[in-house]
Design a protein around this ligand. Structure first.
Ligand SMILES: NC(=O)c1ccc[n+]([C@@H]2O[C@H](COP(=O)([O-])OP(=O)(O)OC[C@H]3O[C@@H](n4cnc5c(N)ncnc54)[C@H](OP(=O)(O)O)[C@@H]3O)[C@@H](O)[C@H]2O)c1
Length: 290
């Protein structure tokens, strides 16, 4: 009922493992199945449950069967970012209905874990994908499928984006994984009229209050007070059976591939969290539970 403020809290939300017990109502999975998935966000908030444990209770809606060609480690961290990427792309689903059209999509933060997941999904849907990231990560982002890359640290970043869209056409959708304020400000110039700017990021680098104020202004500040006239969307990002089925399908087909940054043994838990805190990770940090 109430958020778990006291008592034991277990870290992590994603997992990969084997079913050791199933509720009698469950027909889709059986004991012994190799699976991956996530525990419910609301459950995590309510009870402090997590997946950095030997046994976790997981809702059937967000479990998928692991294909034999991939290991438990390969898929241990894939679910939450995939659910997030799906929830962003789903908001503009009608864009991808016409198979003869190749919508132009800009993914801000292609090297973030959400970005690494969104790019191959968008490519699979037939999009032309441009992406912003650091120059040093152009290679990583291109290997995930991006057709064009923009260095967000370049002093000409906004100009380069505007020049490119003048030449090749405006974007039909912007998927912002990192709360790229620079891109939001020029969005009317690079995004088709009426098209969506979908953001899941939260950039607190200039303070949490600034980030909250900015994010509120995106949807609430009218243009006559200086607001940007772009359709702003903030998806809920809740995992569903439908998106889990899509993920399972795309993993089985090899469209979505593992995105691990590093793998740590149980005895190295502290090192694993230290790696996370470097903010230098490209993909997920996985911990092996004995
Ligand atoms: N992970 C999830 O499942 C999830 C779910 C919901 C929401 N979110 C939110 O999504 C955001 C990203 O999370 P994440 O876990 O995907 O991030 P992450 O893996 O930690 O990656 C962030 C990376 O994005 C790059 N970046 C930062 N600012 C950028 C900018 N303005 N333009 C282009 N690239 C930029 C940085 O690369 P450089 O080091 O090269 O600068 C950084 O390494 C966070 O705000 C998070 O709260 C994440």
């Amino acid at each position: 009922m109430f958020p778990s403020l006291w008592g034991k809290k277990v870290a992590a939300k994603d997992y990969s493992g084997t079913i050791v017990k199933a509720h009698e109502s469950v027909t889709r999975f059986k004991v012994g199945d190799k699976v991956y998935g996530q525990i419910e966000f609301t459950e995590k908030i309510k009870s402090g449950a997590g997946t950095l444990v030997q046994y976790a209770i997981c809702p059937v809606e967000t479990i998928a069967k692991r294909p034999t060609q991939l290991s438990a480690i390969d898929l241990a961290g894939i679910t939450t970012v995939a659910q997030t990427a799906f929830s962003m792309i789903e908001t503009a689903d009608s864009l991808f209905q016409n198979k003869n059209k190749n919508p132009r999509v800009l993914v801000c933060g292609g090297s973030s874990t959400v970005g690494l997941m969104a790019i191959p999904i968008l490519k699979h849907k037939g999009a032309f994908v441009a992406s912003t990231c650091s120059k040093t990560k152009f290679d990583v982002v291109s290997k995930r499928g991006a057709d064009e890359t923009f260095d967000y640290r370049s002093k000409d970043f906004q100009k380069n984006l505007k020049d490119a869209t003048e030449k090749d056409g405006k974007f039909d959708l912007i998927i912002d994984c990192v709360n790229s304020h620079d891109v939001w400000l020029i969005s009317p110039k690079i995004l088709q009229k009426g098209a969506s700017y979908v953001n899941v990021g939260f950039d607190a680098s200039q303070g949490t209050l600034t980030a909250i104020r900015r994010n509120l202004s995106y949807s609430l500040l009218p243009t006559w007070l200086g607001g940007v006239p772009t359709k702003y969307v903030r998806p809920a990002g809740v995992g569903t059976r439908k998106t889990m089925d899509t993920l399972e399908d795309l993993v089985n087909k090899g469209v979505v591939t593992p995105i691990n940054d590093s793998v740590f043994e149980w005895e190295q838990v502290k090192e694993a969290f230290a790696r996370l805190q470097t903010n230098q990770t490209i993909g997920k940090v996985v911990i092996k539970v004995p």
